[in-house]
Structures are given as structure tokens and as C-alpha cells.
Design a protein around this ligand. Structure first.
Ligand code: MN
Length: 248
């Protein structure tokens, strides 16, 4: 199995090193990741300047080849798939920070997996919380291994978003938490006294049972199967029924 690994925290993140180490027990691993952090860049692609890649001297274990790219996670997956044929799966992460609920809309980590699916390749995004201390990736290793074993042999799921709590006690299938968020903007000032602003979001309600955010709150690994088709089937059927032709 050929496994392409990317992330949005950048190639020097400990999260991608941990994922590469674990992935080597499932097949041939190659790392193609952004040269600098690209968190919250979503599915952005670089369209107005050229991309390049360089073989990275950083020492991944088990002699994993690694390349850094001056682009986004989506760029890395597209370039990796161009340069290395027959990729079976793209793993994106392990992100330093959860990607549950609304985060899926701007997550660069998930975008790496989505880009894989756009190219006809299975995609799995993996994230874990990061606070004042770095995540204990060694402690998570057995759960990452179990999750990958489950998803790599499962042909029913093609795109999945996985979130690991700091100390998992099991694994649950979940759906995306869709709640209202406050989308708060926090004003500040720079050293010269000029105004600047930080974008932040906080959920307005507690997580609903069965959702990704709920599972992680309950110390379960959350696996959410996703699809790229955003079409609202019921609204489409209703619209077609009421007004099959808008203009002709
Ligand atoms: Mn990130």
C-alpha cells in the first residue's frame, strides 16, 4: 500500500512525524507537506505563483522520504499524487488541535483528505487537542494504529475525519456537530498602538450526543464519515417539484 502523508501544521510538526512512524506498519510511506504552517487555510490551492518541492533533510523514522512544498495541504496532495503514482490513501495530520464541528469548514488538515477524494484516492484526516503542553503522541499510538487498521480495510468509507482525545477510552462513529457558533472577533493592538483583530469561534450550545465534539468530550476517538457532495437533497426535490423550470 502506498501512503501519502500531509498536514497543515507544516513538515516540522511533531504530529506528522508521529503519523509517519505509525503509518510505516501499513505500507510504503512518503511525506509531502507544507514548508510552513497552513492551519485554517481550508481547501485553498496556489494558483497565481509556481510551486516547488525540496527533499527535506528532517529525519523521519524508518527512512521515510519527505518533501516540503511552498504551498497548502491541497497543493501538497495534488503535487504528491502527480509525482508518485498509485497512491492508495492520503493521511493528513496528526493536527495539533481538534477539527470537530464547524472547524471542518476551514480545516487545512481535513482539506488534505478532501483533496485526495477529489483525485479519487481515499482520504483520512487526523487531529488531537493541543493545549499548553504538546500532545503525547506515544500515548495515542495504539489508538491511531487501531483507527487506521479499521479505516484502511473498510471499503464503505472513503473520506473520514478522525479526532483523538488526549486519553481515549474507545472509538465511536459520529456525525458532524452542527451548532450555532458565536464567530467572535477579538480586538487588540499592535506594539505601535494600531488596532488588529483575532478571529475566534466558540460553540453556543453543549455538544449533542452522537456528534464528533460530544465523543471527544467523552474521551472517545471520533470517526466521522464525510462526503464531498453538499447538495441538500430535500430542498432540491422541493424546488424541482414547485418550479421545475426557472427560465427558458
Ligand atoms: Mn493545523
Amino acid at each position: 500500500m502506498n501512503i501519502l502523508i500531509t498536514n497543515d501544521d507544516g513538515i516540522y510538526s511533531p504530529g506528522i512525524a508521529a503519523l509517519a512512524r505509525i503509518a510505516t506498519s501499513f505500507g510504503n510511506v512518503r511525506v509531502v507537506a507544507p514548508d510552513i504552517e497552513q492551519s485554517s487555510m481550508g481547501q485553498a490551492i496556489t494558483a497565481t505563483r509556481p510551486l516547488w518541492y525540496k527533499k527535506s533533510p528532517i529525519n523521519f523514522e524508518n527512512n521515510v522520504e519527505a518533501f516540503r512544498v511552498n504551498g497548502t495541504p491541497s497543493d501538497c496532495v495534488a503535487l504528491g499524487a502527480h509525482l508518485w503514482e498509485k497512491i492508495d490513501v492520503v493521511l493528513s495530520g496528526i493536527n495539533m488541535g481538534l477539527n470537530v464541528g464547524n472547524s471542518m469548514w476551514h480545516s487545512g488538515t481535513l482539506a488534505g483528505a478532501k483533496q485526495a477524494v477529489l483525485l479519487g484516492i481515499k482520504g483520512i484526516a487526523l487531529s488531537t487537542p493541543a493545549g499548553d503542553t504538546e500532545p503525547d503522541f506515544k500515548a495515542l499510538e495504539s489508538f491511531v494504529h487501531k483507527t487506521l487498521a479499521l479505516l484502511l480495510e473498510n471499503r464503505d468509507v472513503n473520506l473520514t475525519n478522525v479526532n483523538f482525545p488526549a486519553k481515549p477510552k474507545g472509538i465511536k462513529w459520529t456525525r458532524q456537530a452542527v451548532q450555532q457558533y458565536d464567530g467572535v472577533v477579538i480586538p487588540g493592538t499592535d506594539p505601535k498602538g494600531r488596532s488588529n483583530y483575532w478571529f475566534s469561534v466558540r460553540p453556543l450550545n453543549p455538544a449533542e450526543e452522537g456528534t464528533d465534539r460530544w465523543a471527544v468530550d467523552e474521551s472517545y476517538v471520533s470517526i466521522t464519515p464525510l462526503r464531498l457532495d453538499l447538495t441538500h437533497e430535500k430542498d432540491l426535490v422541493d424546488a424541482l417539484t414547485k418550479q421545475p423550470v426557472i427560465w427558458e
